[in-house]
Design a protein around this ligand. Structure first.
Ligand SMILES: C[S@@+](CC[C@H](N)C(=O)[O-])C[C@H]1O[C@@H](n2cnc3c(N)ncnc32)[C@H](O)[C@@H]1O
Length: 232
């Protein structure tokens, strides 16, 4: 199953993830400043649930402005990398958690944050994933998803029977893996959120090949009715 293949791939890529993304390159990080600024603005003062945080590059910027961050990932290897970052650990906790079981995470949140994750969610799981994320915040809380815009060689032209765009990835040891990687058009993004009530904003930043999708629910799936979203 491709979900497990992606989990294994990212688990094994953890130690080289940041460098492979250019996150250790000052010029690359500088190019991402418009995105970083928006992360800080949107997360300011909030109690943030970060989904699929990886080695925590983006956790750094969310946590600069947030009141607290619970940064979660499926792979312990990525969290181990994040532990080595100089994060404000009085306000940041790292937690092993499956993005498809957000209901198991303890805490009350008023923002969801995730980078380079939505593009990996299989279309067949998208609605239940978004519903799970919405179920963790009260109405009026932002869900911020940041993904990549395609580069010259990003589109493989390979799709599975569900319509997921498939790429093949190779790790430094030569092992290869298939990953789902969507490059959505705006109308496709709107369709993903069409089952939910709220305000959707889509911003594209071609100069740094990034996309920011922000959704602010007007009615939370589970949380608004009883005023408390803790589900244990
Ligand atoms: C493309 S990386 C993004 C990492 C990080 N957000 C960043 O941008 O630096 C995708 C991340 O998703 C994590 N992941 C894969 N499957 C997951 C799942 N089912 N639940 C939570 N995290 C998952 C991987 O371990 C990996 O860290």
């Amino acid at each position: 199953m491709i979900i497990e293949e992606m989990q294994t791939y990212y688990g094994r890529r953890a130690s080289v993830y940041d460098s492979s993304m250019g996150y250790d390159d000052d010029a690359k990080v500088l190019s991402l400043l418009p995105i970083i600024e928006r992360v800080r603005e949107t997360m300011r003062g909030r109690h943030v649930l970060e989904i699929a945080c990886g080695p925590g590059f983006w956790t750094q910027f969310a946590s600069e402005a947030a009141a607290s961050v619970v940064a979660t990932d499926y792979n312990q290897s990525t969290l181990d990398e994040a532990k080595n970052k100089s994060l404000p650990f009085d306000r940041v906790s790292l937690l092993l958690a499956d993005a498809y079981r957000l209901d198991l995470i303890l805490g009350v949140f008023d923002a969801i944050f995730s980078v380079d994750w939505l593009a990996h969610v299989p279309l067949s799981k998208m609605e239940s994933f978004l519903s799970g994320a919405l179920g963790r915040v009260r109405s009026g809380s932002p869900l911020m998803f940041i993904d990549q815009l395609p580069g010259e060689h990003s589109v493989s032209g390979v799709y599975d029977t569900d319509g997921n765009h498939i790429q093949e990835r190779t790790l430094p040891d030569g092992s290869t893996f298939r990953v789902i990687k969507h490059f959505f058009r705006d109308d496709q993004i709107a369709a993903l959120f069409s089952a939910f009530d709220g305000d959707l904003s889509i911003q594209r930043f071609p100069e740094c090949r990034r996309l920011i999708v922000t959704f602010i629910p007007t009615i939370s799936e589970d949380a608004s009715s009883d005023g408390d979203n803790v589900r244990v």
